[in-house]
Design a protein around this ligand. Structure first.
Ligand code: BDP
Length: 732
């Protein structure tokens, strides 16, 4: 009788838990740990997992245990806690390293572990126990998250024999957060870092932020904008920053700062920031020593120098290597590194595409070993589709990492659904075709490709992320998926965006097949849809200047040539596109010969990159049999249709997930549809005014004329609190 009472009490408890859990606001991201919905499987898990055993007691092991307790108890819907060794019997999850756990040491896993390096781990089922073992505590933490992921995605736990270690060393997120808490290109509220209340108030969000990153194996965070405010290096701020570093440390996350190259002057101490001036060197050395006195494991600096008005060594007649090496020397004694950005393009360079390659290739081999060049995936700037940056294929003796963007600066801010996994994958799988070797970008980034010319390369990948004070962190719930994809791919560059989307959906929403299949389809199509309704066939940067949100392909009145959309598309009576072949800017010559050859030929260049490299006649025959003009129009229309299909597919899954997130995404998809139509009509009408060719009658007619869309671009309120450009343009 009593047992039955307890049982029904437990059942009601579980039901209550499940129904409360249904009200979701996205805060928990992919770490929701809701009870496994499949009843049989949940029981199976319950039979296999009863307790957690951990022998080490470092801060990292503690957070691993906490995460397992929280996760397993949630997923199994029964308490799973750490047990004292003496009580340990069957069904135990044993975590640790051979160094801190005699139980793990006794298992004879050392050989297997050696191959896994500092951050790798293994998850083995041995008899009735599940072992999560690693060489380091942080490896154990990563393995614990992996184990939880197995349950979250409803994988079997029998015969577990998993090993995993990261392909890249520096897996870093970049915040573009300003001291005043506005986030450049953020779109999800204010900066997470509340400088006013730090260090005293440690907002629990800081810990959750660390958990989210650690669950993916992200091991570094640059907490402030690359357009950096020197005040962050003051003692006043360092105290606050140190409090954040303390919170991140157990999660294996190092803290980095973006610095302003003119800091020695900004502080008023010096009248120069010349990297070869001994006083400047002393200043930076003293600053580094100071920072490390607050944060002993500080990661280092991210530097945007001589780029978009930011100061740098060139202002003092020095080059990027002089600039980076000086900083590197001051960090070296502390094991810090310099991420030196290659995002440079000067007003007088002619073809902006060429900028980074032309400046950095001559410096190959000149950088200190603790400098890593941080290079955007494409040559221009996070456009919906770019060819890979030729700089990534040219450096042989320089550490480099790729920078991608999770925040949707060019993808409709936090208003559009645009899963970036396919974009990252496309970049990583691009083969630069160097000397017939395996020269995929993934292989180059891993350090394998250049191992004969660069020993012990430092490797990595960085992503500009946008979390802010919005309850769901990222504004659009699906921006979370790109953060997720970044972390997973930085850990394992061979993963594909399809599998990652599925994993994310299962953890973030539901394991139901009838939910996953259609929504995965939406995700996988969303990036291409965004390309199609904005800039298909290799068009690029047709945005209204400054805000980078709406369409303004007619922009021609900006002071600098490369701030104008017409600079990029070059539409004229005779055709459209930017000639980068030998008869044009010859930027193609920056690619390895075989790739350059493929792209230089109109018959072999992939059509989706065509107008990046060629100025093509309007009536050029495309593979589809259509003319270029017809194809262009068709792409714009199919972009809108894709969004409409996404809407219909989303509507179909109503009732399968919580009403809150369903309604939110549904509403945002309507915004996206409206704006996709605006993009399509603006671009098609504008290009038509140049090609003077008709829009085939089969397509729906644009609702308004071109003048209307031009007016719209001048008067639209741009929902980007950071950027003043929207407002000033209205007044023009
Ligand atoms: C561009 C952004 C600008 C950034 C810059 C950068 O428009 O806000 O400061 O990149 O990466 O995409 O430095």
């Amino acid at each position: 009788m009593r047992n039955r009472f307890v049982l029904s009490f437990l059942c009601i408890g579980t039901l209550l838990l499940a129904s409360f859990a249904r009200a979701e606001d996205g805060y928990d991201m992919w770490l929701r740990y809701q009870p496994v919905a499949n009843e049989n499987l949940r029981q199976e898990y319950q039979a296999q997992i009863k307790q957690i055993i951990a022998e080490g007691n470092s801060a990292t092991i503690k957070v691993a245990v906490e995460e397992l307790q929280r996760g397993l108890s949630g997923l199994l819907a029964v308490p799973v806690t750490q047990t004292a060794l003496a009580n340990a019997t069957a069904g135990r999850v044993l975590i640790g390293t051979p160094a801190n756990s005699p139980l793990i040491a006794a298992l004879g896993l050392k050989k297997k572990l050696v191959a896994l390096g500092n951050e790798g781990y293994l998850i083995h089922k041995i008899n009735t126990q599940i072992i999560v073992a690693a060489n380091t505590d942080v490896g154990v933490l990563y393995g614990s998250f992996h184990l939880l992921r197995l349950l979250q995605t409803e994988q079997p736990l029998n015969n577990l024999s998993i090993t995993s270690s990261p392909t890249l060393q520096y897996r870093v997120v970049n915040h573009w957060d300003n001291v005043n808490r506005l986030v450049e290109r953020g779109y999800a509220g204010l900066s997470l870092w509340d400088w006013g209340t730090l260090p005293e108030f440690k907002n629990p969000r800081y810990t959750d932020y660390a958990r989210i990153n650690a669950s993916l194996g992200i091991n570094g965070t640059v907490i402030n904008n690359v357009n950096a405010d020197p005040r962050l290096m003051s003692d006043q701020f360092l105290k606050k920053i140190a409090a954040l570093a303390d919170i991140f440390r157990p999660y294996g996350i190092k803290l980095y700062l973006s610095i302003n190259y003119n800091a020695p002057r900004a502080y008023g101490d010096l009248d120069t920031a010349d990297p070869l001036d001994p006083r400047v060197q002393d200043w930076w050395k003293a600053r580094a020593d100071k920072i490390y006195s607050y944060i002993p494991d500080f990661g280092g600096y991210l530097v945007k120098a001589d780029s978009e008005g930011q100061p740098g060594p060139q202002g003092y007649g020095r080059n990027h290597a002089d600039g980076a090496n000086m900083l590197a020397d001051t960090l070296k004694p502390h094991n810090g590194v310099v991420f030196w950005r290659a995002f440079v393009y000067h007003p007088d360079i002619g073809d902006r595409f060429r900028g980074a390659y032309d400046e950095f290739t001559p410096l190959d081999g000149k950088f200190k070993e603790n400098v890593i060049l941080q290079i955007k995936n494409g040559p221009i700037d996070f456009q919906p589709r770019e060819p890979v940056s030729p700089l990534l294929g040219s450096l042989k003796k320089t550490n480099m990492m790729m920078e991608v963007q999770v925040t949707q600066e060019y993808f409709g801010f936090a208003n559009h659904l645009a899963y970036q996994g396919p974009l990252f994958e496309e970049a990583l799988k691009t083969d630069l075709k160097v000397d017939g070797k395996n020269s995929t970008l993934a292989n180059i980034l891993s350090g394998q490709f250049n191992k004969s010319t660069l020993k012990n390369a430092r490797t990595g990948m960085a992503a500009v992320i946008n979390p802010g004070t919005d309850r769901n962190w990222t504004g659009h719930p699906f921006v979370q998926s790109s953060w997720y994809a970044f972390g997973r791919m930085a850990w394992d560059t061979s993963l594909n965006s399809d599998a990652i989307a599925e994993e994310w959906l299962r953890m973030t929403f539901s394991n139901q097949e009838k939910f996953i299949a259609p929504v995965k389809k939406i995700m996988l199509e969303s990036r291409e849809a965004g390309v199609n309704y904005r800039s298909p066939l290799g068009l690029t940067h047709l945005y209204s200047q400054g805000d980078h949100y709406g369409p303004a392909p007619w922009t021609a009145d900006m002071a600098r040539a490369d701030w104008n959309a017409v600079y990029y598309h070059r539409a004229a009576e005779d055709g459209i596109g930017f000639n980068r072949t030998g008869t044009g800017s010859n930027a193609l010559a920056q690619y390895p010969a075989a790739l350059a050859k493929q792209y230089a030929d109109l018959n072999t260049v992939p059509e989706d990159l065509m107008l990046w490299f060629h100025h093509v006649e309007w009536n050029h025959k495309m593979k589809s049999g259509r003319t270029l003009w017809e194809e262009l129009v068709d792409k714009y229309y199919s972009g809108v249709n894709q969004v409409r299909t996404m809407q219909a597919e989303w509507d179909n899954i109503e009732g399968q997930i919580d009403a809150e997130r369903f309604a939110h995404v549904k509403a945002l998809l309507s915004v996206q549809e409206r704006e996709a139509v605006r993009w399509r009509d603006s671009c098609v009408l504008y290009f038509q005014s140049i090609s003077t060719l008709p829009i085939p009658v089969a397509y729906e007619k644009p609702e308004h004329d071109l003048e209307y869309y031009k007016m719209l671009a001048r008067t639209t309120y741009v929902p980007d609190p950071w950027h003043p450009a929207g407002a000033s343009r209205v007044l023009k």
